[in-house]
Design a protein around this ligand. Structure first.
Ligand code: ACM
Length: 389
């Protein structure tokens, strides 16, 4: 037991720049969990104290600020990052200094670090279900559009393989800078219109995601006819895109704000009480919230911030998250997560159409071919009416 007066933790989420919509929601999720833990007396009688920096969505800043948190602020536990490129900046720093880094974001998989706890979905938990869903609900011909950095390239590589296993075909693949405006997407949208795919798979993130969906709508694209399907377009982006341009589009994620469960209602009520609205609650927000709770429970057990002790306490730990029960996989530091497919309805809200019965074990290296595993384990949610999302 230390005699510190608080437990310091670092937060690295951007509140300015191109990915601030989603990262602000992740920051809010972490802050809500910290408040809840502190209002119950903290951990072993001491409050959690957040030291939060804004990297401004500039990739190199995440690494610099991680170093600053560890060296100057003497913090050994950090929560943060959305883009995989920013995680790759933080990774060597937490490894070199043996700090613990919680990453609450869906990503492309194919990574393991003893210093990272991965709280977002990896491809077997979302790309595989989405490919399966699109091929049965929409068709085999898919057009890829992504942002120009590691996550879209790697995510598309996985998606292409998964689609091929199921007999699908990639009919186009284009990448755009994170600053691309609606005008900048005009040519690719013309190309999509002439290729007539059955669906578009988008890994366009941040502000340009909003521009892309709006440009598609302005050019006559309709999600109810040819949807844009994504793993990253969450409630925050949908609200910025607007109801008319967003309707019919599809996202696969472990969590959606519209989930009808006691745990989610409790989470949303607390979120609204703290932030005044639930408009920006996303799966990244929920993952950050859950990771802070998982960390606090581990700290309660160890009573010290030592990375090796905390890691031991975290592996195998479970939490009743707003999405349902989750568990940190001791084999690979990723998280057993729920998997859901949702469509934006006429009111501009995600409506869950399919979900798995139980949290899926993460398989970040896609060791087990899974294209057919998912379908027989799902529950139809919207059509049956009887199941909670
Ligand atoms: C991401 O870059 N992992 C969304």
């Amino acid at each position: 037991m230390t005699n510190k007066t608080s437990w310091k933790i670092g937060l690295l989420f951007s509140t300015s720049g191109v990915t601030s919509i989603i990262e602000q929601s992740q920051l809010h999720g972490a802050l809500l969990a910290i408040d809840q833990i502190n209002s119950k007396g903290g951990v072993r009688g001491q409050p959690l104290e957040a030291i939060s920096y804004d990297p401004g969505s500039v990739v190199s800043r995440y690494g610099e600020l991680a170093e600053q948190l560890i060296v100057e602020n003497k913090v050994s536990v950090i929560f943060g990052c959305y883009m995989s490129s920013s995680r790759k900046e933080v990774l060597p720093i937490v490894e070199r200094r043996n700090a613990l880094f919680f990453y609450p974001t869906i990503y492309e998989g194919f990574e393991y670090s003893p210093n990272v706890i991965y709280g977002g979905a990896c491809p077997n938990q979302n790309s595989v279900p989405l490919a399966n869903y699109l091929m049965s609900a929409n068709g085999q011909r898919i057009f890829f559009v992504g942002s120009n950095y590691i996550y879209p390239y790697e995510s598309n590589r996985v998606m292409r393989n998964v689609l091929r296993q199921g007999g699908g075909e990639v009919v186009g693949e284009r990448y755009f800078d994170l600053e691309t405006s609606a005008e900048g997407f005009r040519d690719v949208i013309a190309e999509i219109m002439s290729a007539k795919p059955d669906a578009i798979f988008s890994t366009v993130v941040g502000q340009s995601c909003i521009e892309f969906y709006r440009a598609y709508h302005a050019a006559g694209g309709d999600g109810r006819v040819c949807p844009i399907a994504s793993l990253t377009t969450n409630e925050g982006e949908i609200s910025a895109i607007g109801r008319e341009a967003a309707v019919g589009h599809i996202t696969a994620a472990p969590y959606f704000r519209s989930i009808q469960s006691v745990a989610n209602r409790r989470f949303l009520k607390a979120y609204e009480a703290k932030f005044g609205s639930t408009i920006d609650v996303t799966s990244g927000c929920e993952a950050a919230y859950s990771q802070v709770h998982l960390f606090a429970a581990a700290l309660e057990e160890t009573g010290e911030m030592d990375t090796d002790s905390l890691r031991e306490a975290l592996l195998g730990e479970v939490f009743d998250a707003p999405q349902g029960q989750i568990k940190i996989d001791a084999d690979n530091h990723h998280t057993y997560l729920q998997s859901r497919i949702a469509k934006v309805n006429e009111q501009g809200e995600f409506e869950v159409d399919l979900k798995v019965r139980r949290a899926i074990k993460p398989d970040p290296y896609l060791v087990y071919p899974a294209i057919h595993d998912w379908s027989f384990r799902t529950l139809k949610v919207t059509a049956s009416g009887g199941h909670h999302a």
